[in-house]
Design a protein. Structure first.
Length: 479
């Protein structure tokens, strides 16, 4: 493991992982920035004319499926191929998905493209995070700062993606915007391929190899899963308006099963098992947080389209540009948080307290919508929404990079990448919930919608804060 301070005080290989994640996020958020409006805009405006409830369900299900597919990417890494190989192959799938969205018309492009991007992005996310974790030992105080810098790369891509794809969509059409996302992923894939040899050898190791006799069973399970999905689609069970709810159920089942497998594994010792138990309340808080935060791509997108004054000197900015506000704040503040955690060292708040604070602040952000409730078109000033998204950002920086870091610190050795996938399962659950919850939003229910969800998040955060000490004891010295 290299300890050279060559990338802002972090190990040198962080630079390559920073770069591939930047471009993958450029393509991901660039596409997602225009996806919802592509689904519900009328055909005359270049869209598919799907009703809003169904469109938000599709977006929520897609977003949840991205994080749900981290299970597959993590399993392939831990049992068959190693994290580094899976990361490379997943990036290829992402690029293919964006190409499909760009060149295939109508629902065919949406179906093929979103499936490929979801599977590929899940593999990229779990394994890039795992590879970053491999750069540090579990007591290296630079770890949270390193993950904050990695998070900066994510958000540089998240900033540029919606700006450029949104502008191209506005000027030339949706498919040109999707095409630009494909170009971005191609750049990231090329950059990563050139630097693969410099990554730690541990990334190419298979921590828990699948015995040869188990491979036919795994192949049969995978094939059966494909058949079940195909049958469900053909018989109408996978109706678009309830896709997000289906992903919620799948995420819950997968999380329960994953916790059970890890906790009962003979390859997990007593200390590791207690650490996994400690992760359960953080998993629940994370799911609650993401169910609110990911509404940037459902409710907040509709709100920006219908309620926000987007006029800038006589020009109306694209709806997707609103999704670049949060990354601007993250870019400005991630370095501040990284420096803060580095300066505090072992005096910084424990991970459970950081999670609790992030959940509470996310609830407060939803309450900030209440004074704006009940207005008409163009009634919300851009500055007001930007202020709310600033609060979103503070909450995110307290929970998301810390959650990524914590999942690698608490991971049993035999389930290193799969523990990262467990964290992403909480994001899958929350993201899918953001699509399901969005159907209860309307101009008439704004006060109740934002008020109830905000209050629930605050209560959950306070409960987690009250249990921070016993949770920390279960973590066995990991902060």
């Amino acid at each position: 493991m290299s300890q050279d301070r060559t990338f802002f005080g972090q190990p040198r290989p962080l630079a390559n992982l920073f770069g591939v994640e930047l471009w993958e996020r450029f393509s991901f958020y660039g596409m997602q920035g225009i996806l919802l409006i592509y689904l519900y805009y009328a055909a005359a405006d270049g869209g598919l004319g799907i009703d809003q409830d169904t469109a938000t369900s599709i977006v929520g299900a897609y977003g949840g499926a991205v994080y749900l597919s981290t299970i597959l990417g993590a399993w392939l890494a831990d049992r068959l191929l190693g994290a580094e190989r899976v990361l490379f192959l997943s990036a290829v799938l992402v690029m293919a998905g964006h190409i499909a969205l760009a060149v295939l018309p109508g629902l065919a492009g949406v179906g093929v493209g979103l499936v490929l991007v979801a599977i590929g992005s899940g593999g990229v996310k779990a394994n890039a995070t795992s590879l970053v974790g491999n750069l540090y030992d579990e007591r290296d105080e630079r770890r949270d700062a390193g993950f904050s810098l990695f998070y900066l790369g994510i958000n540089l891509g998240a900033l540029a993606g919606p700006l450029l794809t949104g502008l191209l969509q506005d000027r030339a059409g949706f498919h040109y915007g999707f095409g630009l996302a494909a170009v971005g992923m191609a750049i990231g894939l090329t950059q990563y391929a050139l630097g693969r040899k410099n990554l730690p050898a541990s990334g190419r190791e298979v921590p828990n190899p699948l015995p040869a006799r188990g491979r036919p069973i795994a192949a049969a399970v995978f094939a059966a899963g494909v058949v079940v999905v195909a049958v469900a689609a053909l018989t109408g069970l996978l109706a678009a308006d309830r896709l997000s709810t289906i992903v919620v159920v799948l995420s819950v089942v997968a999380a329960v099963a994953y916790f059970a497998v890890i906790l009962t594994s003979p390859r997990v010792d007593g200390v590791e098992r207690r650490r996994v138990f400690a992760f359960i309340p953080m998993f629940l808080a994370s799911a609650a947080f993401w169910s609110l935060y990911q509404q940037q791509f459902t409710v907040v997108t509709i709100y920006s389209d219908e309620r926000l004054d987007r006029g800038l000197g006589g020009w109306e900015m694209p709806v997707s540009w609103v999704q670049s506000i949060n990354p601007v704040f993250i870019i400005l503040l991630s370095g501040v948080f990284a420096a803060l955690w580095t300066r505090l060292g072992d005096r910084q708040p424990s991970s459970p307290l950081k999670f609790a604070a992030g959940t509470i602040i996310m609830g407060l952000a939803f309450l900030l919508f209440l004074p704006l409730a009940g207005g008409g078109p163009n009634s919300t000033p851009l500055l007001a929404l930007a202020g709310i998204l600033l609060v979103f950002t503070v909450a995110e920086l307290l929970l998301s990079p810390v959650g990524l870091s914590l999942s690698t610190k608490l991971a049993p050795r035999a389930f290193h990448t799969q523990m990262v996938a467990l964290f992403y399962l909480s994001v899958a659950l929350g993201t899918a919930l953001s699509g399901t919850l969005a159907r209860f939003y309307s101009a008439d229910t704004e006060s109740a919608y934002f008020g109830i969800l905000g209050a629930v998040a605050i209560v959950l955060g306070l409960v987690l804060a009250a249990g921070a000490r016993p949770i920390s004891r279960l973590m066995g010295g990991v902060r």
